[in-house]
Design a binder for this molecule. Structure first.
Ligand SMILES: [Zn+2]
Ligand SMILES: [Zn+2]
Length: 447
């Protein structure tokens, strides 16, 4: 028997009456005000507002029409443990996730040491069972040490609970090596997630290669560094009938390559990050190192292609690629700074403010894409329906806040949206029936 893929610390099963909340769950088709009862951590009842009355030992949450959504799921985060706990760890990373409305995340293996062995996976899962505030799944490396030369013990890792495999942070440059991994996948399962980059094209680059990099005199990374690898690996996935997930798509040609692969029936899926959906190379002009990420922010045409892909479903889900770095690591000249931005605490509000409020996408679609990541990795999707475990996020869509003004739950503060005025604030998050986050100013009426 393989181990359960998701792990979390101990959670106290809650008894809640959420009175008069606006339930929005695109999958169960609800978009209406309801009273919602959670009994011993399970969704027990949904009724017309005002229909349910508080039971003894039940906590009353006055919803006041605030939105109750299935809790979000992020298939791509960096929790930095083991080895870089000065940036993040399981406690702070999952606290940041809970504050962003997430009840599940998948952790990447580019740690120190690299998560590439069963003993390390076991020990991380043990730590998560003590420290993680929400459900965490681990995605070990495809190749040992992320070096692209030797496959990890994929079957054994799967037995120990590996959700899938990735060399994220690096590409699998050898097509032959990736093909071998895809053949192993046939025996042991587990989605193979790919960071696409051709190092012979990206080498030396610190931002998108284009008008802005030319103006700033900074070495550029051309979009073909990503898109040619997406095309290559889509072809490999098709040839081997393998299950591949493309991480953090960033440009027109990659979206086109995925659309073509999907049209042929290949088993590929994709994600896009809030920063690629909302920012462009223009945001790099000030050489703020929080705007330095991999893949780099590209052009407005690229951003529009990602939004169109999100709408059409070519892009299956939103993933933050939450990548914490210490202040002193980012406070260096742009070229030398490490790549990455944090994202868990701002994802919903940034996308709601930037895409939903101006009418570019519907709120229901955003919620669908923020929750779709679980099913892509064969994990249960959070749903608001009686009998389901309570995985919920309660959001005040009208609340305005400035990102970072009251600090962060994450240990790091390298957020590309810091200082922006955002709309939409998470008031409460419930994970597997336990309340894992309450906004400081949000009061509840006692049990
Ligand atoms: Zn990556
Ligand atoms: Zn990443």
């Amino acid at each position: 028997m393989a181990a359960e893929p998701l792990v979390h610390g101990s959670l106290q099963a809650a008894d809640l009456l959420l009175r008069d909340v606006h339930v929005l769950d695109p999958r169960s088709g609800i978009d209406a005000r309801r009273d919602v009862r959670v009994r011993e951590g399970q969704l027990a009842e949904l009724a017309e507002p005002g229909a349910l009355s508080q039971e003894p030992n039940e906590e009353l949450v006055e919803g006041r029409g605030n939105h109750l959504m299935p809790a979000f799921f992020d298939p791509h985060v960096h929790l930095r443990t083991p080895g870089q706990e000065h940036k993040e760890d399981l406690d702070t990373g999952t606290r940041a996730a809970a504050a962003g409305g997430y009840a599940g995340v998948l952790a990447m293996p580019n740690t120190d040491p690299v998560l590439d062995s069963a003993p390390l996976l076991r020990s991380l899962r043990d730590t998560a069972a003590r420290e993680a505030r929400i459900a965490v799944g681990f995605v070990p490396a495809i190749t040992r040490g992320l070096e692209g030369e030797q496959l990890t013990e994929m079957a054994e890792l799967r037995q120990q609970g590996a959700v899938g495999f990735t060399d994220d942070g690096r590409p699998v440059t050898s097509a032959g090596m990736l093909r071998k991994a895809l053949q192993y996948q046939r025996l042991c399962g587990g989605v193979i997630a790919l960071h696409e980059e051709d190092p012979t094209l990206s080498r030396g680059g610190a931002m998108h290669e284009g008008a802005v990099s030319a103006a700033l005199g900074i070495g550029g990374i051309p979009t073909i560094s990503e898109s040619t690898m997406v095309a290559r690996d889509a072809a490999l996935a098709g040839y081997e009938d393998a299950r591949v997930h493309f991480q953090h798509l960033s440009c027109v040609a990659s979206v086109q390559a995925v659309a073509a692969a999907k049209a042929q029936g290949f088993r590929v899926s994709t994600e896009a990050s809030p920063h690629h959906l909302l920012l462009t190379e223009e945001d790099v002009r000030g050489m703020d190192t929080r705007m330095k990420m991999n893949p780099p922010l590209a052009t407005e045409a690229d951003r529009q292609a990602l939004i169109a892909g999100l709408r059409s479903g070519t892009i299956d889900c939103v993933a933050t690629d939450h990548a914490p770095h210490a202040r002193e690591e980012k406070e260096v000249p742009f070229e030398q700074a490490p790549m990455g931005t944090t994202g868990l605490e701002t994802a919903f509000a940034a996308l709601y403010t930037g895409l939903v409020l101006p009418g570019i996408i519907e709120l229901g679609l955003l919620v669908e894409r923020l929750t779709a990541g679980a099913a892509l990795f064969d994990l249960p999707t959070h749903t608001i329906a009686p009998g389901e475990p309570a995985n919920l996020t309660l959001i005040d869509l009208d609340a305005e806040w400035v990102a970072g003004e009251r600090g962060w739950e994450s240990r790091s503060e390298n957020c590309c949206f810091a200082g922006r005025k955002l709309r939409g604030k998470v008031l409460m998050t419930v994970c597997e029936g336990g309340v894992v986050y309450r906004e400081r100013a949000f009061s509840v009426v006692g049990a």
